[in-house]
Structure formats: structure tokens, C-alpha cells
Design a protein around this ligand. Sequence first.
Ligand SMILES: Nc1ncnc2c1ncn2[C@@H]1O[C@H](COP(=O)(O)OP(=O)(O)OP(=O)(O)O)[C@@H](O)[C@H]1O
Length: 246
Amino acid sequence: MTLSAQDVTLAGRLSGVSLSLRSGELTAICGPNGAGKSSLLACLAGLTAPEAGTVLLDDGKLAAIPGAMRARRIGYLPQSPQIAWDISVEVLVSLGRLPWPDAPSETARAAIEAALSAMDMGHLRHRPVSRLSGGERARTLMARVLATRPDWLLADEPLASLDLAHASGLIRCFRDQAKAGHGVVLVLHDLACAMNHADRVVVLDQGHIAADGPPHEALNEDVIARVWGVNGRWLGEPGFRALSLP
Ligand SMILES: Nc1ncnc2c1ncn2[C@@H]1O[C@H](COP(=O)(O)OP(=O)(O)OP(=O)(O)O)[C@@H](O)[C@H]1O
């Protein structure tokens, strides 16, 4: 399965971006503030229509796929999700099953339970979302996406408010999803996380692709100096790299 952008343009945000993402891989999209990462992810999710260019899911135009089917195939976590109603954690997570015609069913129940468990939210399932901490709220919203069991997981800064143990658990979850053949695409500011856990890194800079490849190439020190303007140094062993900043 592939999810591709062909010459995608959004004025002032993306300039002719082309890339083809493969399922079974964890792809990290990195870049400075305002580089166009969230804009690209929203286009790939089918939630922002490009002004020019096309997004393809496998060989078909994403825009031509009916909404419910698209929502079954692509799960999307925005950078700052809004929660409209003060419902319980469990009800919010169960909304992830809305695109499916199966609710309530054994499959739906199992997907919701697995998502609550993966995000360590089972013990808070009855709590209203207005009474969650920031990290708990983020885990609940991620669980809602997981409950859909989409082919593609697109998440914008999914680790931003998680503590160390929950961030590590979520990275493991993303890796398992990729191993199971799903496509995982994450916007990440944490370059060490991208270096250590991604199969592929796409670096965006001012709406263009500045680098694209395995992490050790796409995030080498020259690219970091050129794109971020910082002379960082990679330290440590592969898989446990840390970026030391001057
Ligand atoms: N709805 C919008 N309409 C017009 N311009 C926008 C819109 N949203 C964002 N922009 C602009 O487009 C550019 C890219 O924004 P985007 O949110 O994609 O960047 P980003 O790489 O995700 O940044 P960050 O790391 O700060 O989250 C920025 O200059 C931003 O100001």
C-alpha cells in the first residue's frame, strides 16, 4: 500500500511536494516551525485539499474516496485536537469506531479495549475528558485513532505531552503497527526520536523537501546545520543516539 503526494502545492505552505510513503514503514516528517509539516500531513489525511497536485491512496485519488471509507483507511491525530463535548474517555475512544458499520460488535469492543490498553487509559475510562491532565487527554485522543484500526496512522506531534514511559510505550506501539504492515507517518520535532525509531525521515524546509531517506542520511549533521541552522553532534550507538547541541 502507498500514500503519495504528487506535486502538492498550498500557497505559502507547500511548494510542489512529491513523495510516496510505504506501508510497513514508520516515516517521520521533521523540519523547523512553519516548514509545512502539519499542512502536508493534513493533505495526506485528505482533510486539506491541495491547490495544485494530487494525493493518491494506492493508485486512486484520495479525494474521490467516500468519507467513511477514507476514515476507515486513514487515522489522523491533529496537532491540537479539540474535544467538543465533555464525554467520558471510553465514549470518546469508541467514537473511533464511527466510520465502521459494526458498532456495537465484538470487533468494535475488542478494538476499543485494545486502544484503551495500548494508551494505558483503561483505569480512567469513566472519567470525563474535562478532568484529564494534558498527557491523559493526548493519550485518549491517540486511543480514539487506534480504535479505528486504520491502514494508515498519521499523527502530528503525538509524543509532545507524554511522559517518558508513555512516550516509549507509544513509540513501541507505532513500531508494532508498522511491523504489522500498517503505514505510520509522524510529525516529530524530537530529532533523536526520529533518528532512533523511524525507517525513513522526510525533512521539510519552507514548503520543500530538503532531505528524504534513512534517518542517518536525512538527519546527518550537515542537513541539520543547513535546515535548522544549528551545529549539532550525534552521540551514542545506533538506536540510542542523542543530539548534542552547542
Ligand atoms: N490555515 C492556514 N492558512 C494559511 N497559512 C497557514 C495555515 N496554517 C498554517 N499556515 C502557514 O503555513 C506555514 C506552514 O504551517 P504548518 O502548520 O504546516 O507548519 P509546521 O511545519 O507544522 O510548523 P510547526 O512546527 O510550527 O507546527 C506556516 O508559515 C504557517 O504560518
